[in-house]
Design a protein around this ligand. Structure first.
Ligand code: ADP
Ligand code: MG
Length: 219
């Protein structure tokens, strides 16, 4: 299928549903190594994103024209509604991603560029690198897997699928790590044994992109 504006809108709505469905799990993860607000923070943010998308889609000029327009709407809404560490981090990720998606539809190379831009934004904002038990661990795994599959000639959906699978594994791989960035780092060694909430939410968001692509009618 084509990763077009309709896909991008469906991604956002699917992501919002996934965040709501997993809100309590994310909150519980954050309760273990943070302050227990990650699920509620993201849920509030994505509810606002869906409301904003509905408003924009109903506007006389007919809604977003480019994939990047949808991602930018996500960015600005998350920045103004999520707060905490995750608001600015995800906001920057989606803003950087929007800048490389100024097209009606994106293909495999742009999917890779979108993920790379998101990761760069998160790194620029939070100064974390892989292995510090943050969302970077999931994003970095996603970027690496996406680049590999695109290099092998995979299409955009195959690249997304590889990214989502890798983000999932990257999130799970944060369990034994000791946090050295963010609130969880206050726990030191006691942060080991728990999954990082932001890495888990990253995996959810990227999975939603795949589900949105697969939901398209192939006819
Ligand atoms: P807060 O920590 O302010 O309560 P959230 O609970 O919404 O914010 O988000 C916590 C998540 O943010 C962590 O699980 C981690 O993935 C991510 N995070 C925190 N600090 C950083 C950082 N410096 N770089 C990358 N990600 C970070
Ligand atoms: Mg928190």
């Amino acid at each position: 299928m084509t990763l077009d504006v309709e896909w991008a809108e469906r991604w956002v709505r699917t992501a919002a549903d996934a965040v709501t469905a997993n809100r309590d799990e994310l909150t519980e993860l954050d309760r273990q190594i943070g302050d227990g607000d990650h699920g509620a923070n993201l849920d509030r943010g994505f509810r606002a994103v869906v409301t904003r998308l509905d408003e924009v889609a109903a506007a006389p000029d007919g809604g977003p024209a480019q994939v990047g327009d949808v991602l930018k709407l996500v960015a600005t809404t998350l920045m103004s509604t999520v707060g905490g560490a995750a608001g600015p981090l995800y906001g920057t990720a989606f803003l950087r991603a929007s800048k490389v998606c100024g097209r009606e539809a994106i293909e495999a190379p742009s999917v890779v560029a979108m993920l790379e831009a998101a990761l760069e934004g998160i790194e620029a904002r939070g100064h974390a690198r892989t292995g510090e038990k943050t969302m970077v661990d999931a994003w970095q795994a996603a970027v690496d897997a996406a680049g590999k599959v695109a290099g092998e000639g995979g299409d955009g959906v195959a690249v997304l699928r590889a990214a989502a699978d890798a983000a999932d594994a990257g999130a799970t791989a944060t369990i034994p790590l000791v946090a050295t960035k963010g609130r969880a780092s206050y726990l030191g060694e006691r942060s080991a044994g728990h999954e990082d909430p932001g890495a888990r939410s990253t995996a959810l968001l990227l999975r939603a992109a795949v589900v949105a692509a697969e939901a398209a009618d192939p006819a």
